[in-house]
Ligand binder design. Sequence first.
Ligand code: LAN
Length: 722
Amino acid sequence: MAWRLICDRGQQIWKYFVNENSNSIQFDKESLNSSDKVYREYAIEQNSKRLNIDENQYEKFHIPLFKDELCSSVVKSVLNGIDYYSSLQVDDGHWPGDYGGPMFLLPGAIITSYITKFEFSQEEKNEMIKYLFNHQLSNGGWGTHIENKATMFGTVLNYISLRLLGIPFNNEQLQKAYNFIQSEGGAMYAPSWAKFWLCVLGVMPWEGVNSLFPELWLLPEWLPVHPSRYWCHCRMVYLPMSYVYAEKIVGEITPLIKELRNELYIEKYHEIDFIKHRNSISSLDLYTPQTYLLKILNIFTNTYESVYNRQLRNKASEFLIDYIQAEDEHTNYINIGPVNKFINMLSIWYSKGRQSQQFQQHLNRVKDYLWLSEDGMKIQGYNGSQLWDTAFSIQAILETGLEHLYTNCLNSAYYYLEISQVLEDVKDHVKYYRHISKGGWPFSTRDHGWPITDCTSEGIKATLLLHEQMSNGPRLITSERLEDAINFILSTQNKDGGWASYELQRSGSWLEWLNPAEVFQGIMVDYSYTECTSACIQALWKFRSQTIYSNYRRKEIDISIKRGIEFIKKQQKIDGSWYGSWAVCFTYGTWFAIEALITVGESPKSKIITKAIEFLISKQNSDGGWGESYLSCVHKTYVPHKQSQVVNTSWAVLTLMSAKADSNIIRKGIQFILNKQSSNGDWNQQSISGVFNGNCMISYTNYRNIFPIWALGRFIKNYSTQ
Ligand code: LAN
């Protein structure tokens, strides 16, 4: 009996086979992070692509031979590293990996399955239970993500999940969670996103949450507070949330729900004044407290809720369910993310019924979010990071200059780029507030289809580099398609010169005053980011430097690059670093910023680059590595990690090499990466490296291979051309 990953054009499905040998692998609880062993061990066993070239054969294979000891070790290490990593690639060309981390996603799936009565298989449920217990902390609670301390957000939702999965109240481990919730004052101290699920499940009355004011959608679109102007993730979560609220959807009150009502609170359920606790939140969870403005607006919308007009409400509901269906169709029922996936599903169950075709379509796409690792089965933060990892992997391998050894791997990765680029705008895109999509690349798969600025840029960069370096390779991505990608990039540049994640910034940052999610920051609008801006600049630059494209929208491209660079320069901190919004943290942001500046010809001796390099050098540890804690992201100031991290070190040395910094420092960093490599070519999984909205961490397991390979590759390249 064993789990196997089945992939089809990027879609990743875990299937359980009764007749296969078991692959049960122990999770090292201390490390908190899975090493993705379930996938990797089987992939390597089945698919080993080792070249095993020894030094005597270097000449024959056109591999450079260096006298310098470090250089020759780097060549060996990178060959070993790519041998290992290329064995993890699947037939459609992408690299699967664990994209878990957040601990508030699986509960949405389990609660939805309980209410709508769709069943996970017993094997899936067992793995989910294993996952939840594996990530329970010693004080009985769960964090908001796997490395977090306990929060009410994590604890209340995961406690409920285990109960719904059949774990009895008197289970010893669950009792610890129960005690934790009790000692923190009960579930009314959970943040608003948890309260939403409590209401849906029927363990809190709808009066327990502030109004979600569904009629807001009916207000004129030119208003700066209109939801069409929100960051697409916020908009697409608010959409079904406001529908569920408009209809006050509640699941069946079963005996188990009645038991939960007793377990989650200190007082008797029917005696609790839930209205009084609408704004109660545990200090453990509080990250962005509600502002006075929001509190005042809540008074208005809560009052409106007691007198609302039925006709208007129906109109809002009709609008919302139509929009929900449009998002379902645009994304082939995957939806933009795992939060709206399950709330959309719940909305469709309520409005169209369990037997409806739409609900069945939703069911077909639930498994896209499930991922199995040695810590158990989780819901991932997205339906995968396929395109993102593939585009980076291509660039990393090409940087080594050893592409002739990995033609199959690279051609296959190129195929993935081809099958994931978005070719059309979504239907009625203006009506549904969607930006154009044509030419863009998504983060995961074409079926998902939401294009992203920096994913598009990495797609363009990877394609152009392949076209350049693989002269006999296939040419599946035509000039027109690359021009479409450039059109997408040019259409998404903000007024401030930067690029946001998916769309243009559609409203002011003051909207953050209305952020009702106490656990996340920067969710209301799509802001310009250093990383996205850098990637777009690099893609535009690379594109215009190709002779065949040198005239395509040239003037606009030139102006656009200039404005982008100005934006990046403005983001530099006093200490010379850049904050990274999507990975940990200043080493990541600084890498992107410097890469863009160097690309456009900024001198490494300029003040701006010198300061950045000084910053990085000041953070190097005595073992030669760099290590940043995820708390850097949360506190927005550099927090060192207890141990040097291979991923941070790779970003730092990549940056130092671009800026031609002191080679002794670089060599020490490179030596650290070599020291950390395992004999099979892999690197150990260290701390979590991705982040979103300041406060939630997310895993990128392939980073531990991609970035060391990239850094080692650049070292060889620099050395050969010296
Ligand atoms: C992602 C994943 C990819 C990421 C990059 C492309 C790496 C980044 O450069 C831009 C932002 C983006 C697209 C991004 C934004 C936030 C996402 C979508 C995520 C981190 C994956 C999961 C997260 C999403 C918001 C999680 C659901 C939680 C909510 C608060 C809605």
